[in-house]
Design a binder for this molecule. Structure first.
Ligand SMILES: Cc1ncc(COP(=O)(O)O)c(C=O)c1O
Length: 468
């Protein structure tokens, strides 16, 4: 007798060992379908496989399947596998499916790169090469800091492309900057720094992450020259976006970089540098990392979320020597280490030059998009003031007095299925709050950018008759 492996699959049903097995099996299957444990379309084991697993006669299983098919819970037909039906009987008692969020047609919110441009072929090549060469031991449990292959590749790349002084031993690979920031916050707390200054404005989520580590967050005002260097009393660390302030878009002025490093040296403070889009500077060479000025006082954080895609959840910290152990301790407790396969692939992609090629191609695309966006805004929204340097994947259109409010424009966008960000949620201090749209020009797929820009131009042109 041949074993039917095609029909073998695990199915958890509890059938009483005694009594009427067929009725028990029917009830167990019916309950599982009604409760939603077995989903519509799910394939059930063959009668032979299930009878063997449950230790009952094959005819008993066939009878139970037949009965449930008659009741509308299952679909059976000769030669085809038995499946859970998607009829009302099968859906009865199930939770209502989650409502699909209303996706905007034109999504110009900040936060995402053009994910449709992910270099799939290059990634696949790197995956094959990484799998072919990785030792078996790489698939076991690794160092909490991450795979040595990736830490070595990052150390070389960051030194060359971002001016970071990185020893592979000081690098910790994390599950996105989200995790990296949480780990650093916890490590700062355990090393006696329970108060941290964060740029005002900055991402609300990032403040929440730091606060959830039990840390008090103080606002550090920002202007066109980036964060102001007057660190509030009591703060033991400062979180910064020096290359391209998020969201306002300035670059930290050279004298402020020096002043902040001086503050850190004099007080034993720590600067946390979030270099989230440092690869994308369009008017000249990217500004080198702050970390290069004093690797003993600056925590450098980079991410694959903009240069590649955020779904990878890959980011990296380069740590001052005295923070390596505290961060590794919390990383070990969080998830021991980040998933290894993607680390090996990224290491291969960086080593082969594929990562640089992708970044350079995307830099050209994003630069062209930013130029088109600025030209459109000058024409259709002359009441607004674009802020920030030529960098990154987003731009703030400041709305001075007399211009339409950010709420008004966001609402008008929503009515036309154009999703936009605004500055509102980014403020956390008591200082003056500026109004502005945050436009993520990186997000649409390349082929849809023109249409997205045209839709945005209709939204912002609303105020032509209301120009100051
Ligand atoms: C200011 C800022 N920092 C960091 C990140 C990267 O976060 P993650 O690596 O968790 O995707 C982003 C992404 O949107 C960001 O906007």
């Amino acid at each position: 007798m041949t074993d039917d492996w095609a029909g073998s699959r695990d199915l958890h049903v509890e059938v009483a060992a005694r009594g009427r097995r067929r009725a028990g099996l029917e009830r167990a299957l019916r309950d599982a379908i009604r409760a939603g444990r077995l989903h519509a379309g799910e394939r059930l084991p063959s009668t032979r496989a299930l009878s063997r697993d449950l230790g009952v006669a094959r005819g008993t299983v066939a009878d139970a399947y037949g009965q449930l098919a008659a009741e509308g819970y299952l679909t059976t037909s000769q030669g085809a596998p038995t499946r859970v039906a998607s009829t009302p009987a099968a859906r009865q008692g199930r939770l209502a499916p989650a409502a699909r969020p209303n996706e905007p047609r034109f999504d110009l919110r900040p936060g995402l790169p053009d994910v449709s441009s992910f270099p799939r072929r290059a990634w696949l090549r790197a995956l094959r090469s990484a799998l072919a060469t990785a030792p078996d031991s790489a698939l076991g449990i690794s160092d909490p800091r991450g795979r040595p292959e990736l830490r070595q590749a990052l150390a070389t790349y960051l030194g060359r492309a971002r001016g970071v002084l990185a020893d592979p031993a000081a690098i910790v690979v994390c599950t996105g900057y989200i995790q990296a920031l949480g780990l650093v916050a916890r490590a700062l707390k355990t090393t006696g720094r329970p108060v941290i200054a964060m740029e005002d404005p900055c991402l609300e989520l990032h403040r929440n992450i730091v606060e959830s580590a039990g840390i008090e967050v103080l606002p550090l005002p920002v202007d066109e020259g980036g964060a102001r260097p007057e660190v509030p009393d009591g703060a033991g660390a400062v979180v910064l976006t020096p290359a391209h302030q998020y969201p306002l878009g300035g670059t930290l002025a050279p004298e402020r970089r020096t002043a902040l490093v001086r503050w850190a040296r004099e007080t034993g403070g720590v600067l946390v540098e979030d270099d989230y889009d440092g690869e994308f500077r369009y008017d000249r060479q990217p500004v080198g990392a702050l970390q290069g000025l004093d690797p003993a006082r600056v925590v450098y954080a980079g991410t694959a979320s903009k240069a590649l895609v955020p779904g990878l959840r890959l980011a990296w910290l380069v740590l001052p020597a005295d923070l390596i152990e505290p961060v590794v301790d919390v990383k070990r407790l969080a998830d021991y280490h980040s998933a290894v396969l993607d680390q090996l692939v990224l290491a291969d992609l960086i080593g082969s030059g594929g990562f640089d090629r992708h970044v350079r191609r995307m830099r050209n695309r994003y630069r062209a998009r930013r130029d088109r966006l600025l030209a459109m805004l000058a024409d259709r929204a002359p009441y607004g003031r674009p802020l920030g340097v030529a960098a990154g994947l987003h731009l703030v259109l400041e709305l001075p007095d007399g211009a339409p409010s950010e709420a008004e424009l966001v609402e008008r966008g929503a009515r036309r299925s154009v999703a936009l960000g605004s500055l509102a949620a980014h403020w956390h201090g008591s200082g003056p709050r500026r109004e502005g749209l945050v436009i993520g020009y990186g997000r649409p797929p390349e082929h849809a950018f023109g249409a997205s820009l045209a839709a945005l131009s209709d939204v912002v042109a609303v105020a032509e008759d209301r120009q100051p």
